[in-house]
Ligand binder design. Sequence first.
Ligand SMILES: Cc1cc2nc3c(=O)[nH]c(=O)nc-3n(C[C@H](O)[C@H](O)[C@H](O)COP(=O)(O)OP(=O)(O)OC[C@H]3O[C@@H](n4cnc5c(N)ncnc54)[C@H](O)[C@@H]3O)c2cc1C
Length: 508
Amino acid sequence: MSPNRRDFIKFVVSGAVAAGCPIDRSVLAAGQPSAPPAVEGEDNLICHQVRDGKIFSRPPASARHDVVIVGGGVSGLTAAYLLRQRDFLLLEKEPHWGGNSYLMDYQGNAYATGGAFLEKSEIAYEFAQQIGLQPLPINNWDGSIIKGEFIPDTWGEGLAKLPYSASVREGFKKFRKDILAINVERRSKELYGVPFTDFMKGYPEEIKQWWDTYGPSNWGAVSEETAAALGISTLQEMAIENRQDERYTWPGGLGAISKKLSELLHSEFADRMHNGATTIAVVPARNGVQVTYMQGNELKSVAAKAVIMATPKFITRRIVEGLPEKQSEAMRQMRYIPYPVVNLIFDKPVFKQGYDTWCPGNSFTDFIVADWVVQKQPGYQQKANILTCYTPLREAERGYLLTESSAREVAVKVLSDFQKLFPGSDVAPLEVHIYRRGHPMFMSTPGLFTEVQPLARRAMDRVFFANTDSEGPLSTTAGGIAAARRAVKQAERRLAGKPALKETAVVA
Ligand SMILES: Cc1cc2nc3c(=O)[nH]c(=O)nc-3n(C[C@H](O)[C@H](O)[C@H](O)COP(=O)(O)OP(=O)(O)OC[C@H]3O[C@@H](n4cnc5c(N)ncnc54)[C@H](O)[C@@H]3O)c2cc1C
């Protein structure tokens, strides 16, 4: 690529890193003598003050609802959809719906900023059909680019072609054989409590490098921080005999589900769906719950018979008052990675060999072809080749996303690594879009699924917990939907006058 062309590439930075409580402090402190400046980036101080009730006035409730749902990601939207017959109020802090399953658009071409695909066995598949979306098959096993070579179907036929020494290739084959022999169901409890690296001892280090690429992208953790059950069952699905690729999606990924849900709801309930409405306090009382939120410069309170918290737990624990200590501690233990997604937008075909391609040893882990599932549809004409580069970061790297210039540096590095994969070819995009998120994906660490999540999602009297981080073992759109179903069931029971069940089982 010529230096001139490089200068013309447009970089677009979007997304808020301040997932916690992005509230304008000057408004919160209104009436105080010296108002500090507006918060940019993550600031736990405000949230702790919110939790302790030190700063905010809480106006009296100006309206009453059956259920207030806090958080308009796929989980909150699903809860609202399931509560269509009720008087619900849905509050979302961002100016758009969808949370981590949110798609954007470049001149009519959808691309993902988060959730990519679902499995046919997940409830998201049948739920998508229920809301009028037909899932489209991916039908392509993941390839990898290793040492500059594209290897299709990495863990299937690709194993014999990996561009490593013969002994490393044999190591890959033995690893696959040994992993396939493990009975995860029978050893489930043990395997969720130990790291995946326990099963990598004695194998070539290239195997760990591959999984340290795959794990962070899919479940936020490298192999030593991954529950072994997750790594093992994932490889079993990819490599088992008579396997079938049961993954489905839409152009732009799983944001299609949130988009459809928000459109359906908006057509009927626009007056009870508020964007730009950040909830700052959820205060249970004997006969109801008071929810206070900030919209624009205004603090408002509403009363609810029940509340569904569809926000991630690191936020939830700051907002909900009266959480039992152990439950709050379980929420505190949950860890989340920073995870920007970089979309490279080309005006010509650059890559079409596979849907999801793994690139060990680069600043991004994998890239996805945005319109893969419609490319073979009759009459389809590609207008832009958009490649979505997944770029999970380590927790210590969160700071890179705080300023626009350092986020832009992340995007520049992704572009430069991507271009190195195709030496000699002129792969210069028209635009590079980085969507930054500070804490979008919980880490599937040992013990999280079996011990931490069941405690974190325990129902309170009138407050119920949705969001994918209630379910596990990994962060999925289906998990968000399952959590919403359970929380709605719990809320309905409470609205019917029955005491809340502390039930923690996931509702399929
Ligand atoms: C890069 C990436 C790739 C992924 N790939 C896949 C995939 O391929 N397949 C898959 O199934 N899943 C995938 N996931 C996971 C999936 O996207 C999430 O599990 C799912 O979107 C979570 O939805 P949710 O509604 O539970 O939570 P969230 O999306 O976290 O929604 C919570 C919402 O609450 C809002 N909120 C927060 N605080 C407040 C407040 N105080 N007041 C009001 N609103 C608030 C947030 O803005 C947000 O909209 C991926 C995630 C990421 C980040």
